[in-house]
Design a protein. Structure first.
Length: 230
């Protein structure tokens, strides 16, 4: 086995690297926010992840052009949003550009997974990675809907006040939380879709999330186990 295959950031483990990066963001975001109380910590983490995803996806020549065209504006707008005052105009642009880049990542990963061009373990990591990216993509969609229509979601008064004062600091974590709660069909009820667009995206994500787990990930894990046994 070569040294390259032993390193974490090798071309053989692109999807594993992205999955670990997303897991770290989900774990570290609330911890760093509580410990350091750093302004716009979520904006910095999001920009950092987009930069890492851009690096990962563009290491293959087939993804270089589209990755750079969509990824560089998303990363640049995210960094710009992190260092500028919190205004609606500066929040909308990073959301839109990030959503476009995330959509490309999801499409590219699923295409790779279903084409069977990756080794079995990477197919599983790729499917998990795409699942988490779908959660982030819908978080951006919900954030955009909330910025476009302040009544798109029914939110507790305390949380709504925090979003109004510190959108860049709270928006990402709030709607990421709502996105994954919706996709897992937990439905705590502290945030509820009200507008027709928000309700439509919520039920689509809920159905998509359950079908994805039951069909895609379960099937890939089953195939991987069967191959190992044979």
């Amino acid at each position: 086995m070569t040294t390259k295959r032993l390193t974490l950031l090798s071309e053989d483990h692109i999807y594993r690297d992205l999955t670990i990066a997303m897991a770290l963001i989900l774990i570290l975001s609330p911890v760093l926010d509580t410990v350091f109380e750093s302004p716009k910590i979520d904006s910095y983490l999001t920009a950092g992840f987009l930069l890492f995803a851009l690096y990962e996806i563009t290491r293959r020549a087939a993804d270089l052009v589209i990755g750079l065209v969509l990824g560089i504006p998303a990363v640049a707008s995210g960094i710009f949003n992190a260092v500028t005052p919190d205004t609606p105009a500066f929040n909308v642009l990073p959301i839109v550009l990030s959503a476009l880049f995330l959509g490309f990542l999801i499409w590219r990963i699923l295409k790779d997974v279903f084409s069977g061009s990756r080794i079995s373990s990477e197919q599983i990591f790729g499917s998990v990675c795409a699942y988490l990216l779908i959660g982030f993509l819908f978080a951006n969609i919900y954030g955009f809907l909330a910025l476009a229509n302040s009544d798109a979601f029914a939110i507790t008064d305390t949380l709504r006040g925090q979003l109004a004062a510190e959108w860049s600091e709270k928006g990402f974590s709030v709607f990421t939380y709502f996105s994954f709660v919706t996709m897992s069909t937990l439905g705590y009820g502290d945030i509820a879709p009200v507008s027709s667009a928000a309700r439509s995206f919520a039920w689509v994500q809920a159905v998509l999330g359950q079908l994805y787990l039951a069909i895609t990930i379960a099937a890939l894990v089953g195939i991987h186990i069967a191959k190992n046994r044979s």
